[in-house]
Write a new protein. Structure first.
Length: 214
């Protein structure tokens, strides 16, 4: 049997950096006069790769899973680590890759008995056992390049759902946070110890119509 993809087997933990910036209101206890930058080292992002718990996507996605009755597709999160992603829906199929970060958002696209076919932010697909995913929603910050979503400029986490609102933090693509709620193209999220709002187009793990965009 061939060895599983080892790109994600030795990640380094996400780090929080501080950089000087003009003083402004902050959430999450940021130091006065400092702007928080949340970042992951390049090795930390999963190579393969909400709390709005167990909230199904809107009824526009009318297909439902034969095993659960839940909408397909739908977003979930990797529940524990490590998680083996297999090439088919059984333990007899070889491991394609291994998730080593808890909370990574993935999309369930099919169901087969106790197995779920998932797709990650990079478009990679495989099968995981149903107990290894969680209905609690998470999101990953992504850049503008759909072919390389975990790269790009820092994304602003804002104090309110307004592009003119103060920046609470600057977040690097690949950083994972908790999804709280979405409306009118903005999502309330928790990134590390900080809470704020991000545009839905900067997030993987939420559908545009969940945020009121079609």
């Amino acid at each position: 049997m061939s060895r599983p993809d080892t790109k994600t087997l030795s990640p380094m933990p996400c780090l929080t950096f501080l950089t000087c910036a003009p003083a402004m209101p902050r959430l999450g206890g940021a130091l006065p006069g400092m702007l928080v930058v949340l970042a992951c080292l390049a090795m930390a992002a999963p190579g393969r790769a909400q709390p709005a718990a167990d909230t199904p996507p809107p009824s526009a996605r009318v297909q439902t899973g034969a095993q659960t009755g839940l909408p397909l597709p739908r977003f979930v999160a990797i529940k524990s680590t490590p998680v083996n992603v297999r090439r088919g829906p059984s333990f007899d199929h070889p491991v394609a890759w291994v998730f080593v970060r808890r909370g990574v958002p993935v999309e369930v696209t099919a169901e087969s008995d106790n197995w779920r076919r998932i797709q990650d932010v990079d478009g990679a697909r495989g099968w995981v056992f149903h107990t290894l995913i969680d209905g609690k929603r998470t999101v990953m910050v992504v850049g503008p390049d759909a072919t390389n979503p975990r790269t790009g400029d820092l994304v602003a986490l804002r104090f309110s759902p307004d592009a003119r609102s103060d920046e609470v933090a600057l977040v690097e693509p690949g950083f994972i946070g908790a999804l709280v709620d979405c409306t009118q193209g903005w999502c309330a999220v928790r990134m590390g110890p900080h809470e704020g709002f991000m545009r839905v187009e900067h997030l993987y793990g939420v559908y545009p119509d969940e945020a009121g965009r079609r």
